[in-house]
Unconditional design. Structure first.
Length: 473
């Protein structure tokens, strides 16, 4: 039952995340740096060296977390777009961050400047086209189908839904298209379909599960979504010989004034459209099997990361860090692989050298064990913050400490001196000293800090979205 699943998720969350754990005031909230309203086109993004913010909606086909790693069709396509930009703008540092929001908030968030691209399986509709600019579609011929349960009343056409409730995802195109059907029913003197917009924090997959369990009678889903979920939920009955809309197109959306970004996305879309090698590979990865659907609403603190999350929380609280930032650091260092060893002698989840851990400032032996490895990495990060960057404001101190964790504190002190000679602020990382690092070291350290920022932002936003969805179930 959905309510039981929600209870289990809540118990898991409570067991892993103590209510007393809050981000340290010394830990910079880089999510705010990413989500601060800003509007501009691709040239401004590149010129001001800003991250490209991709607005996504959390579900198990387009954007989800698996073992702390972002996965999904939209993630894969946007990663390919990021690679395309790197190849076509070799003199620029391209970085991309995913910002999960409830589906209904995608377009408002874009228009308010909280993101630059919406990549969430949006169907092009007349109403949306009046608000946003769409790139060329990456998928066409999309049908929207009514879905019921095998134990429920069969439906052969819209007339069979007259006077009955159909639950649809808030903000979706389904309500708009059902309104057309309702107009025809009313014209014939029949009662309209009772369209129920679901809680904004629920997505189509939640409604499909509720339908399979008999909690609601009918819902609507895109044909490919309904088909893959029918494999995972045999209790679903798809009405395939009739649709509420056909010939739909899916495309990425930008603000109307973002003409260059729209054109760039349109050029790239041709390489991932259905029928292309890359497009088919991405699509089949998520729509031709149901393995990934077992990661239902998985947040980063469950699954194989559960024991790590407890340790991240424990030692982050001791040393004054936001544990999600530490998780992002661990992902960047090792992809949470305790068996990983570098050619330089760094080991474990935190990729710390035994010699570094043994130094008096850290003084932790045997970093081959998970707890000691995580403890040593976090304690060393605290040492870097307090002993090398005390003159840096607290909102930027963590950025420099992360850079030093990657390149070494002595190297980063040289980078700060280079920043002064370049006319940059040596006390700010993003938009300033990072470019001195790029000039002196190369892309590695700049990309390292940016990637941690990206995963931290995604983890932080995902936690919020997942909690809202748990409360809505």
């Amino acid at each position: 039952m959905v309510w039981l699943r929600a209870l289990l998720w809540s118990c898991c969350l409570v067991a892993v995340i103590p209510a007393s754990v809050t981000p340290s005031s010394e830990t910079p909230d880089n999510l705010e740096r990413v989500s601060r309203p800003w509007k501009g086109d691709l040239p401004e993004l590149l010129r001001e060296r800003r991250p490209i913010r991709v607005l996504v909606s959390y579900n198990r086909t387009n954007f989800f977390m698996k073992d702390g790693v972002m996965r999904g069709l939209e993630v894969d396509m946007m990663r390919a777009y990021e690679k395309h930009l790197v190849e076509t703008h070799k003199d620029d540092v391209i970085r991309m961050v995913f910002v999960p929001v409830p589906f209904e908030e995608l377009v408002p968030a874009l228009l308010a400047g909280h993101g630059d691209i919406v990549a969430a399986g949006l169907t092009v509709t007349a109403e949306r086209a009046r608000q946003v600019a769409f790139a060329e579609p990456y998928r066409t011929g999309v049908r929207e189908l009514v879905v019921g349960s095998v134990s429920g009343r069969a439906v052969n056409g819209v007339a069979d839904l007259s006077g009955r409730q159909v639950h649809v995802m808030a903000g979706s195109s389904y309500a708009e298209h059902l309104a057309d059907d309702n107009a025809r029913l009313v014209a014939k003197g029949q009662a309209p379909v009772k369209v129920v917009r679901a809680d904004p924090n629920l997505v189509t997959e939640d409604l499909l599960e509720m339908t399979a369990q008999g909690l609601i009678e009918y819902t609507v889903a895109d044909e490919q979504v309904a088909a893959v979920w029918k494999e995972a939920l045999p209790g679903l009955r798809i009405v395939s010989d009739w649709d509420i809309n056909s010939g739909g197109s899916m495309a990425w959306a930008v603000r109307p004034e973002s003409k260059a970004l729209q054109q760039s996305l349109s050029r790239f879309a041709t390489s991932v459209q259905q029928g292309t090698l890359l497009g088919n590979m991405f699509y089949n990865r998520y729509y031709q099997n149901v393995d990934h659907l077992t990661y239902s609403l998985e947040s980063i603190e469950v699954g194989k990361l559960k024991p790590m999350a407890k340790l991240f929380i424990k030692y982050s609280e001791i040393y004054g860090f936001d544990w999600l930032k530490i998780a992002a650091l661990a992902h960047q260092e090792s992809h949470f692989d305790m068996q990983r060893k570098s050619s330089m002698g760094a080991v474990g989840v935190m990729q710390i050298k035994p010699s570094t851990a043994a130094e008096p400032a850290v003084n932790i032996k045997d970093v081959s064990t998970l707890e000691n490895n995580i403890h040593a990495g976090i304690k060393y990060l605290r040492y870097l913050c307090d002993n090398y960057f005390k003159d840096v404001d607290s909102d930027a101190r963590m950025d420099f400490a992360l850079a030093a964790y990657n390149a070494g504190p002595g190297r980063i002190m040289q980078v700060r001196s280079r920043a002064v000679s370049m006319g940059l602020d040596p006390n700010r990382w993003f938009g300033n000293t990072e470019w001195a690092a790029f000039d002196l070291i190369g892309r590695e350290t700049t990309a390292y800090v940016a990637h941690i920022q990206m995963y931290y932002a995604a983890y932080k936003a995902s936690q919020k979205v997942l909690l809202q969805r748990r409360e809505a179930l």
